[in-house]
Design a binder for this molecule. Structure first.
Ligand code: XIL
Length: 595
């Protein structure tokens, strides 16, 4: 750990714990700097977290907003129709009030936590509306004036459609607006939010939510904002698309809050991973600070020890650390990065030295300057690749797709034997090469794998069995963070060794690439050769010297049934996210050996 982190931990640990808002909010803490930035910084918790003195102390010291993580939901407080047990909810509200934290109520209606007597009911529409009214009125009235924000309805959409829930079946789509109306009647001063996940960026789900919110605003249905849960994965959050979504919501006159932030990752908790995580917390907080209508940034827990992602029903990973504090309550780089951002924004002080912030914000990227090309062997048709970053593909090479590698002679080969998953003792690896001819781009993978597994999942879930993927971004913009026309993931099943009439291929936009595939079994595994035309409906690739495409290649390995191996070439993709984020590809650079 860097010395400045250690000093900071000492400062934070030695801070006096004081009881008044003003003293707390002037202090050297997240909440201190957040209130000076005029936003709420919140955290979610259960009552049993409050029994842990360290947890309790951090909550009160660092956060000025509080969200009940689970114990305010309908299934947790209902003991029968019209009957409630509010004891744990009350305990949370009292804790927040004692510590001058604004309360963000979560949540009145959520399909995942309706009591059985609702979930299994067969009420008429009128009766179901009455049940909805009773519940919302009882809860919102009880805490009237004490809960500033309410997540009125949570997760009512499934992609671009209304989610199939008991409420939808019994009442119809207007159960959502009825819920907002009932909440408003019970506490006209409460600010009412619609909350969901996977709708942070511009996509079908956020479009549907936006349409609903616009319609509510138009018809004066009381809604005040949209909660974006923000359960994210490393490596990189598409903040540009989030900004676009926040802006359109802002144009409706509505607030936005990041309501359940955590940033998870797979694999070991290394210093690099913690640094990347810090970068993502920083970037997300920055988008909130930059937006006029973003009023809160709430983390979904305090210590990694209690993250919901360790629960068996969810990510079920006992070591994942998505939050700001470690299992033993040490602040992580993400905590310091957020505090640094908040502090600098108000011109208070810097928390981390400039070079540490730069290192955090840097991280792996595919746009770094490349070294001068090197030709380590004079027979080569193109320079050596730059490991995990750039591959030089020779121009003017014609390949026959026949499993015979003699026409790949003198074309640089790259071995890929690392990735995000490789079981101990597993012998799988592959070497690949790329070449470009008059009309086609060719890709070859020579896979070492002692047991070829196919036929269980087929093209529907091609990535779960042996398969090789290559990816191209032909748009000219390697920074694109979402798939669009001209960006493809081509996943070729090992099952192609059976010589099917049509190539067995899957992956995002793969249908648009017009790929041809040939595969053969070898003594050590299998070879896949493929070609795509340089011109098709979605791209027009010019085979010119030093022309650049985005490029990535990946292997899915299965030793018995389901995939247990993932080997990845591009160094920018440390988390197997190229299937959703093309900015993680490396570069494919065309090379004319006659120039
Ligand atoms: C989760 C809690 O974090 C868990 O502890 C609990 O077991 C289940 O609910 N989206 C939401 C939250 O809106 O209410 C969920 O909270 C996490 C996903």
């Amino acid at each position: 750990m860097k010395k400045s982190f250690i000093i900071l931990i000492l400062i934070v640990m030695l801070l006096p714990i004081v009881g008044t808002t003003s003293a707390q909010d002037m202090s050297f803490t997240l909440r201190g700097f957040a209130s000076r930035n005029d936003i709420y910084i919140g955290a979610a918790a259960w009552t049993h977290h409050l029994d842990d003195p360290a947890h309790r102390e951090i909550l009160a010291r660092e956060f000025n907003m509080f969200t009940p993580e689970h114990e305010a939901k309908f299934c947790m407080i209902s003991t029968g129709r019209g009957e409630y047990d509010f004891s744990r909810f009350d305990e949370l509200v009292e804790f927040a009030e004692e510590n001058d934290m604004v309360i963000h109520g979560h949540t009145l209606i959520w399909h995942s936590c309706s009591p059985d007597w609702v979930e299994n009911a067969d009420f008429s529409r009128e009766e179901a509306i009455e049940v909805l009214r009773e519940h919302i009125t009882t809860v919102v009235t009880r805490y009237q004036g004490r809960i500033l924000y309410w997540d009125v309805v949570n997760e009512a959409f499934d992609d671009g459609e209304y989610r199939d829930t008991a409420w939808l079946r019994m009442i119809g789509e207007d159960y959502i607006e009825l819920a907002f109306q009932f909440a408003h009647e019970a506490d006209p001063d409460a600010l009412l939010l619609y909350n969901d996940y996977g709708a942070e960026t511009m996509n079908a789900k956020s479009d549907a939510i936006y349409e609903m919110a616009a319609d509510f605003v138009e018809r004066d249905i009381p809604i005040h904002g949209i909660g974006m849960q923000s359960h994210f994965d490393l490596p990189r959050i598409n903040t540009a698309s989030i900004v676009e979504n926040m802006e359109r919501i802002g144009e409706l006159g509505l607030e936005v809050q990041f309501t359940e932030v955590d940033v998870k990752y797979v694999g070991e908790t290394t210093p690099e991973v913690l640094q990347q995580q810090a970068r993502e917390y920083y970037r997300l907080l920055e988008t909130c600070l930059d937006a006029d209508n973003c009023t809160a940034f709430i983390v979904w827990g305090v210590s990694d020890r209690y993250t919901w992602l360790r629960e068996a029903d969810f990510f079920n990973n006992p070591t994942v650390g998505p939050l700001l504090f470690t299992d033993d309550y040490q602040p992580k780089p993400a905590y310091f990065a957020m505090m640094d951002l908040l502090a600098r924004r108000v011109g208070a002080t810097s928390i981390l030295p400039d070079d540490e912030i730069e290192a955090i914000l840097g991280g792996p990227s595919n746009d770094s300057d490349l070294p001068e090309p090197v030709m380590s062997n004079s027979d080569q048709l193109a320079p050596d690749s730059v490991a995990g970053v750039a591959y030089y593909a020779p121009l003017g090479v014609e390949i026959t797709l026949d499993g015979d590698l003699s026409d790949w002679e003198n074309i640089p080969r790259v071995v890929v034997d690392t990735g995000t998953q490789l079981p101990d003792g597993n012998d799988t690896s592959f070497e690949f090469a790329v070449a470009v001819g008059e009309t086609h781009l060719y890709f070859m993978a020579n896979v070492t794998d002692s047991s070829i597994v196919y036929g269980t999942y087929g093209v529907g879930e091609w990535y779960r069995e042996d398969s090789v993927e290559f990816y191209l971004n032909t748009t000219g913009d390697l920074g694109k963070t979402a798939y669009e026309a001209g960006i493809v993931q081509i996943g070729m099943l090992a099952e192609n060794v059976t010589g099917p009439a049509e190539p067995l291929v899957g992956g995002s936009n793969s249908g648009s690439a017009n790929v041809s595939v040939s595969a053969v079994e070898t003594d050590t595994g299998y070879i896949i050769e493929a070609s795509v035309p340089l011109q098709n409906d979605v791209w027009d690739i010019t085979p010119e010297h030093m022309g650049v495409l985005g490029f990535q290649t990946h292997l899915n390995g299965s030793s018995s049934d389901d995939r247990d191996t993932k080997l990845i070439w591009s160094a920018a993709d440390t988390q197997d996210q190229s299937w959703s984020d093309p900015s993680l590809f490396g570069q494919l650079i065309f090379w004319d050996s006659t120039q």
